[in-house]
Design a binder for this molecule. Structure first.
Ligand SMILES: [Zn+2]
Length: 274
């Protein structure tokens, strides 16, 4: 069934489990993602960047996710990832998304809090869940000295915004699949001791499997996996399309690429539902 994110995360917290969030890059993968999670009886968050949401169309995407979820016995949420403009949050809410992320992590703390408060107001008014970010999740190159989230700032942030989930900087990076990151578990532990709001792991692909499980135990109940799914689809596509005759069924070729992504999805589900 199609649902919001907040109750999924609260239940996962009670059970000591994680909810995987998988990035959609194209409409074609949506039914496969929902069905694969249902096969594993795993609640799932399907999420998109603002660019992908605009590429597909907010309403078309939410309709496909809603219809894909309707026949399944698992909760499925559709989440807008890393929106830094309130107008994109509004577009997602109006377009039928059940969850949004406002990312003010580039702003000074006070401004991040006040802009997040505005985003929370928009989400609450429409019964949509909301995630925010405090601290920096890297992109690309691994940096050694890292602007980790300050645990005291996290306490203030959740108290003043009331978000449903908080992304924190513990040294993870987006887009990383060739090497694994050394995350700072001491920072996560300190945040977990002071903050009861479910935390979010961004850049999950670049985190060692054993570390992902520790993150779940330390309060991260939404775990984002994007890059590795994309890599598995594209790797399969290189092989499948590279060897295909031009008159072969596009459907059959795409199913083989989708199957490769589904294998990765199953592995990620096993990782967070232990
Ligand atoms: Zn992210």
């Amino acid at each position: 069934m199609y649902t919001t994110m907040a109750p999924m995360l609260l239940q996962a917290k009670q059970e000591g489990k994680g909810v995987p969030a998988f990035n959609i890059h194209a409409l074609e993968v949506v039914p496969m993602m929902a069905r694969t999670a249902a096969e594993k009886n795993c609640p799932v968050i399907l999420q998109v960047s603002v660019s992908t949401a605009k590429y597909i169309g907010f309403h078309l995407l939410s309709t496909v996710v809603r219809e894909s979820a309707a026949a399944l016995n698992i909760p499925v949420a559709l989440h807008l990832d890393h929106a830094s403009k309130l107008e994109d949050i509004s577009a997602a809410i109006e377009g039928g998304f059940s969850s949004v992320m406002y990312d003010g992590s580039q702003l000074p703390l006070d401004e991040n809090i006040s802009r997040t408060q505005e985003a929370v107001k928009l989400a609450r008014g429409a019964d949509v869940s909301i995630e925010a970010e405090l601290g920096i999740v890297g992109r690309g190159k691994i940096v050694e000295s890292y602007p980790y989230t300050d645990p005291e700032d996290a306490v203030r942030f959740v108290a003043e915004t009331g978000v449903d989930a908080l992304a924190v900087g513990i040294g993870t990076h987006h887009g990383q699949y060739k090497a694994k990151t050394n995350i700072n578990l001491d920072v996560l532990k300190a945040i977990h001791e002071k903050v009861s709001t479910p935390l979010v792991l961004h850049g999950g692909t670049g985190v060692r499997e054993e570390d992902v499980r520790i993150c779940v135990r330390l309060g991260m109940h939404k775990l984002n996996f994007g890059t590795e799914l994309n890599v598995s689809w594209v790797r399969a596509a290189k092989e499948v399309f590279g060897a295909a005759e031009p008159d072969e069924s596009l459907r059959e070729l795409m199913i083989r690429c989708n199957n490769a992504m589904a294998d990765t999805i199953r592995k990620k589900i096993d990782l967070v539902r232990f």
